[in-house]
Design a protein around this ligand. Sequence first.
Ligand code: IPE
Ligand code: IPE
Ligand code: MG
Length: 223
Amino acid sequence: MIPRHIAVIMDGNGRWAKKRLLPRIAGHRAGMKRMISLTDDIFSRGIVCCTLFALSTENLARPQEELEGLYGLFREYFTGQTARLKSQGVSLKILGDLTLLPADIARLARTSEEETAGGEKTLAIALGYGGRQDIVRACNEAVKKGEPVTLESFAETLSTGGMPALDLLIRTGKEKRISNFLLFEAAYAELCFSEKLFPDFTGKDLTHALEAYAKRDRRFGRI
Ligand code: IPE
Ligand code: IPE
Ligand code: MG
């Protein structure tokens, strides 16, 4: 079985750079390059929805110099990749609170979303995203409406609303934790932890993760 929705916690850029005695931003640049090729690989295998964790709310507490470097890469990404995504039938969707980022990045991101709208595939990039924050935001929306929520209506209010259920969550970079990523959505996702630092995570590693996924017995609580 091929997952419909796969998510990747792209971790390990800093350690990749450190191993090479390079500045952390060189690791992030290598990570961005890998993210572009990995996205192509993911969609070429028939997966229709992919969510990538690029920057958490907690990452915003990193030194300004590193954040500026990351912001520069995000600008490059939106400017350079939008037309390509559109030509591949991929709609871009940003998860997270863009008001936490410089205003020009929010504008570039919204423009990319608008320009790629209507594609049959979805690439969601989590930027300034926190799973707990997204749940609290959705709760506040429900409170404002003044109506009790159901599982379905609540899921629709999350920033992943409308996307297929999460099937497979991959984390690269050796750590075995979720780090405030898709907390609600990961309820029945299969988890896969890779020892590879993100810039080293290849199409072959994706193949291994997909093969492992295909062998899992997803019971969803049943027998
Ligand atoms: C992931 O790599 C990318 C971001 C969080 C922006 P890290 O920067 O966390 O890399 P490590 O974990 O320090 O190696
Ligand atoms: C998770 O990685 C966030 C992203 C990959 C964007 P972190 O490096 O922030 O996670 P921790 O600090 O190891 O939990
Ligand atoms: Mg990390």
